[in-house]
Structures are given as C-alpha cells and as structure tokens.
Design a protein around this ligand. Structure first.
Ligand SMILES: [Zn+2]
Ligand SMILES: [Zn+2]
Length: 177
C-alpha cells in the first residue's frame, strides 16, 4: 500500500480495523495484506496490542468535536508513531514515501500509517471528513471521501433505515387524534 496524496486507503483501513477489531495477530496480518499492505515480518501478539492502542487513540480523533481538538489529538499520534519522511523502493513497485523508520514491526508500521494517512485525508479533503454513522444505534466509523463531503451514514442501508424512521415519525406526528 502506498500512501496516496489523500491517504484514502490508509484511513479506510483504519476505519475497517476500528469497526471490526482483529482478534488475532494472524487475522490482523491477513487483513492488512488484503488491503494491499506489504507485511514483511510475521505478526505477533505485540502487534495486535500496538494496533489496538493506535486504534483507541484514533477513535478519540474520530470523536473529537472540533477541528482544533482533532488536530491536537492527531498531532500526538504523529509524534508518537511517525518519523521523518524518506524515499524507498523496498517493495519493487516504485519509489514512494515512508513516514517511519525501516524494519518496523507490523504494529508500529500500522500506527504510523494510520496517523499519517488520516492527517493527509483530513488536510486534503477537510477536517470534518471523519465520523460515526448518524443512526443512533450504529457506531460505525467512516471516512468521508464523497465528492460533496456531506456523508452522514456508514452505508446506504443505514441511510434507508433512517429515512423510513423519519417518515414514520412524520406520519405519527400528523395523525389526527
Ligand atoms: Zn512502502
Ligand atoms: Zn450505520
């Protein structure tokens, strides 16, 4: 996975991992590979733990109520997880930037990728483009990569569910007694 200028793949991977936390190191490695990440070393329990810590910090970024708080929390993640940028061609598919030291464990790599990818996403597309589904009982996190930047639901299913509910509430309110 190369970080594209908008960090889209990285921020989407963070959301997928936060929404359904991996239960084993193997599951974590498999899902990272499926997302296009080059996993160079075997994953261990430590990687699972490091990833969970990064995702907890990331969820606080998601739940921040304004841009300033969001930036402060994310800056803390960047300070802890990222390093100076450098050019690399380690995976044989061209030169790209890494914002971390070489030969990092999967957990450390993910912490860096999530922090930098989210930072690129927010500054590139807008600080508000990260949140949870507007359906009250759905806590699913999404990164808004839509053209308009007005995504409110995690899925079409939740959007439909809320539309039906609002329609029913409207009918009930208008019903004669
Ligand atoms: Zn790379
Ligand atoms: Zn939802």
């Amino acid at each position: 996975m190369h970080l594209n200028p908008y960090g889209e793949d990285a921020v989407n991977l963070a959301a997928a991992l936060a929404n359904h936390r991996p239960e084993s190191a193997e599951e974590l490695a498999t899902r990272c590979r499926a997302a296009g990440l080059v996993v160079e070393r075997p994953a261990a329990t430590q990687d699972l733990r490091r990833t969970a810590t990064a995702l907890d910090a990331w969820e606080a970024v998601v739940d921040a109520t304004d841009g300033r708080e969001r930036a402060d929390l994310l800056n803390r993640m960047l300070a802890a997880a990222s390093s100076h940028p450098r050019l690399t061609d380690h995976s044989g598919d061209g030169w790209h930037l890494h914002y971390r030291d070489d030969r990092q464990s999967l957990g450390a790599l993910l912490a860096s990728l999530i922090a930098v990818g989210t930072a690129l996403h927010l500054v590139g597309r807008g600080m508000h483009r990260l949140g949870r589904c507007a359906v009250a009982e759905c806590t699913t996190i999404f990164a808004d990569t839509t053209r308009t930047g007005r995504q409110r639901y995690c899925s079409q299913r939740c959007a439909n569910r809320d539309a039906v509910r609002r329609h029913r509430a409207g009918q009930a309110a208008g019903r004669p007694r």
